[in-house]
Design a protein around this ligand. Structure first.
Ligand code: ADP
Ligand code: MG
Length: 322
């Protein structure tokens, strides 16, 4: 197997707040292969966006990266200078956000916003930039792209705004796209259109994608591999079919049982019980699920917990796996 495009190792991130440090990410590791679509899955608050923002270098100033490494095609991302990181972002790695409207500048036309990104990364004549901007809109299948160049974000539907967000993200042909809940809040039909588009572009450009979502059914449909997060830990990772049919971590199994389309009998449908532990606590147990786990053993509370291989491409962080 070729080296992964992105490799995240032992990433630990805290936020300094008035109420003390919030221990958000703890020892997070995963890879994204070339041309691969991975899903980063977890409940709200599990650290998915913080992971994405750490990779992109767009964390809030209160964040502290305590330890860890991020390698992109062998380059040390966390060690890049500010200007290096700025040109890397957009040109080689891009992100699309959950709310397409807030990601766009409300007072600039969509065409100008795409042109800005293109001009920043590859200066060309105004006519050439405009031609490329129209092509970028066409690529995300926006009807009548010439006319849409003049549209303001408020004149467009949520689905069209998200396509423009994708066009902006893809304008410089990044090798990695991080899509942070790209279809949350869109209707089911638009959701499928956007996801099919992301998948087609990934295939045609051999682009790697990290799809971040709380929607396991969506991820199961589009992702080659899944990374399951719980309260800032990666609890399980492996090929999608294996995770779906034979989850090893109790949390993954509970997630699967909470999705109507993934249970055979609706009587087996159970919402996830309990809430995430308070990440400000100083006495967080090694397994952050322990306090709401029915498979907890006394060994669960001792020593550091790590992801360990449980199959050729499958790992789990649990002392009493399924
Ligand atoms: P997800 O995207 O999985 O829903 P996030 O990555 O947004 O979760 O957040 C993970 C945790 O980090 C949450 O507990 C959240 O409160 C905390 N967090 C995120 N940003 C900040 C911040 N700027 N200051 C303090 N805590 C934060
Ligand atoms: Mg989020």
């Amino acid at each position: 197997m070729s080296a992964p495009l992105l490799s995240v190792r032992n990433l630990t991130v805290d936020f300094a707040t008035r109420h003390g440090d919030v221990h958000v990410l703890d020892d997070v590791s995963f890879d994204i292969g070339r041309g691969e679509i991975i899903g980063i899955i977890g409940e709200s608050g599990s650290g998915k966006s913080v992971t994405a923002y750490t990779i992109m270098g767009i964390l809030d100033h209160a964040a502290r990266i305590r330890s860890g490494e991020i390698a992109f095609d062998g380059r040390d991302v966390l060690g890049m200078s500010g200007p290096e990181r700025d040109s890397w972002r957009g040109a080689e790695a891009s992100i699309i956000f959950q709310n397409p409207r807030t990601a766009l500048n409300p007072i600039r036309s969509t065409g100008d916003q795409i042109a800005d990104v293109i001009a920043r990364h590859s200066p060309a004549s105004a006519a050439e930039i405009r031609r490329r901007a129209v092509a970028a809109l066409r690529e995300v299948r926006i009807p009548d792209p010439e006319r849409r160049m003049k549209a303001m974000p408020y004149e467009l539907s949520g689905g069209l705004c998200q396509r423009i967000g994708i066009a902006i993200a893809l304008a410089c042909r990044p090798r990695l796209l991080i899509a942070d809940e790209p279809t949350t809040g869109l209707d089911v039909t638009t959701q499928a259109v956007i996801m099919d588009l992301i998948r087609d572009l990934a295939q045609s450009q051999s682009m790697s994608v990290a799809l971040i979502t709380h929607d396991l059914a969506l991820a199961a449909e589009y992702c080659d591999r899944l990374v399951i997060m719980h309260a800032g830990h990666v609890v399980e990772t492996g090929p999608t079919p294996e995770i779906i049919t034979a989850p090893r971590h109790p949390y993954t199994s509970r997630l699967l049982r909470s999705v109507p389309s993934m249970v055979e009998d609706l009587n087996e449908l159970h919402p996830i019980q309990g809430s995430l532990p308070d990440l400000r606590r100083k006495d967080l147990p090694p397994c952050r699920l322990a306090e709401r786990c029915d498979r907890r053993l006394s060994v669960c509370d001792a020593g550091r917990l790590r992801l360990e291989a449980c199959g050729p491409a499958h790992s789990v962080a649990c002392r009493n796996p399924l």
